[in-house]
Design a binder for this molecule. Sequence first.
Ligand code: 5GP
Length: 192
Amino acid sequence: MKTGKLIVFSAPSGSGKTTIVRYLLSKPELNLDFSISAASRPPREDEVDGKDYYFLSLEDFKKKIKNDEFLEWEEVYRDNFYGTLKTEIDRIWASGKNVIFDIDVVGGLDIKHIYPEQTLAVFVKPPSIEELKIRLKKRKTESEDKINMRVAKASIELATAPQFDFIIENNDLQKALDEAYNLVSDFVNADK
Ligand code: 5GP
């Protein structure tokens, strides 16, 4: 199989990485396809199974861990498992595209360690923890408790930023989008 490149965007929840990833996916010249993760949490109102995630029961998720079906997986929050199925990467590479990931920092660094040469790992940094909290509240997708859990985790995640190939500071969204575009464009076009 012809293998392509892997582009990882990792960041604390609410830092804007999903917006950046969607923007990059809208650019056909980058030849990207989104790695649909498996998740054991229930879908949010606007989420579609097989598009945003492969939504699995906790039991099915654990079965797939046992069967070694994941390239990487994480219990990102308690009983909320997320992971990249090996078949997902095969599917995208078989179609001749590069893979883009929207995953947590541990998973992102795992991918970088498994495929060091083929992976561009980018960390998206929110302006501050305070701002992150405001964004998560505005999004209204999580309860107060869950928001606090995500904010607490963000401080730990921020400490891993230096291990990534690049850090994008998301203070000004348009600038962050441009910077992300340039990084990814250079990486996918290198040695062509
Ligand atoms: P959410 O519940 O907001 O969709 O995602 C929660 C966190 O899980 C986010 O940081 C998201 O990037 C991360 N995540 C999504 N898919 C994966 C995956 O396949 N592997 C890992 N390690 N994290 C993931």
